[in-house]
Ligand binder design. Structure first.
Ligand code: ZN
Length: 275
């Protein structure tokens, strides 16, 4: 089933669902980490169309699995609704609050905190365009369903996900990654199957950067990589080596900044790892 066919199918399901006055709404069972930065995973029988607070977000996988991600500052409730030719299921999700700490990072290269060099600004714009194109990926799969492994065998968490940040003395956007400190050259492995949608060895802020779509636009990111072993377009299966830890881009030491997005939401990838 091509992505285009899937989207057309979901759009038609969504259109008929919107027109039908469905008298029966059944509860939808969701699992996952229902908290800020977390996610919900659900399943229906067969293909359906997923809505969050009434807005169509996309189709389920062919076997009816879907994911909804919650941002760092997600509101306390979300209405998740799935429509299919078998009916409508919905659930109000209570998104538990998470707490975040403040973190100061000094000694970063100034060009990676407040870039002013015109060549840097051109490069940053090019990088942004590449990332925006990659983030449009919507792999018609549910590879996230088995959860994630840690992408490194040995590491120390050097910065928690969601920290409020002060970089070289300047207040900045929150840290949408979890930093895993490890020696330069340590192997980074795919935590779950994913389509490689970006593999670039030299981004201005991120250094070596790989993006994996685990299905439906749930995209994990691997920053500051020293070297990259995968190419855009291929599938990295769980445990496939993506490349090696480095400190390229905005970094003061070797580490993997591990990030996760679901569409426009910033999520905590570590919440996908079994406790
Ligand atoms: Zn980071």
């Amino acid at each position: 089933l091509s992505r285009r066919t899937a989207l057309a199918l979901a759009a038609s399901v969504a259109a008929t669902g919107a027109q039908a006055q469905s008298p029966v709404v059944n509860p939808l069972r969701l699992s996952g980490r229902l908290q800020q930065g977390g996610h919900a995973v659900g399943r229906i029988n067969g293909r359906g169309a997923v809505f969050v607070d009434g807005a169509f977000v996309g189709p389920t996988s062919p076997r009816g699995v879907f994911v909804v991600g919650f941002d760092r500052d997600e509101p306390a409730t979300r209405l998740v609704r799935v429509e299919s030719d078998r009916g409508v299921l919905q659930q109000v999700v209570t998104v538990a609050p998470s707490t975040f700490v403040e973190q100061r990072v000094d000694g970063l290269p100034p060009s990676t905190v407040t870039p002013t060099d015109p060549r840097d600004l051109v490069k940053i714009a090019q990088d942004t365009a590449k990332k925006q194109a990659a983030f449009k990926s919507r792999e018609d799969a549910d590879w996230f369903q088995g959860g994630f492994l840690w992408p490194l065998e040995k590491f120390r968490v050097s910065s928690q996900w969601g920290n409020r940040r002060i970089l070289n003395g300047e207040p900045r956007t929150p840290h949408y990654g979890i930093d895993l400190a490890a020696p330069k050259g340590a192997s980074i492995k795919a935590p779950a199957p994913g389509r490689v949608v970006l593999a670039d060895p030299d981004m201005h802020f991120e250094g070596g950067l790989v993006l994996l779509d685990h299905g439906q636009g749930l995209i994990s990111m691997y920053l500051h990589m020293d070297s990259i072993d995968v190419r855009a377009g291929e599938i990295a299966w769980r445990g496939t080596k993506l490349g090696e830890v480095g400190m390229k881009g905005r970094a003061t030491g070797p580490h993997l900044c591990w990030r996760l997005k679901w569409r426009d939401r910033n999520c905590d990838p570590s919440l996908w790892v079994a406790a």
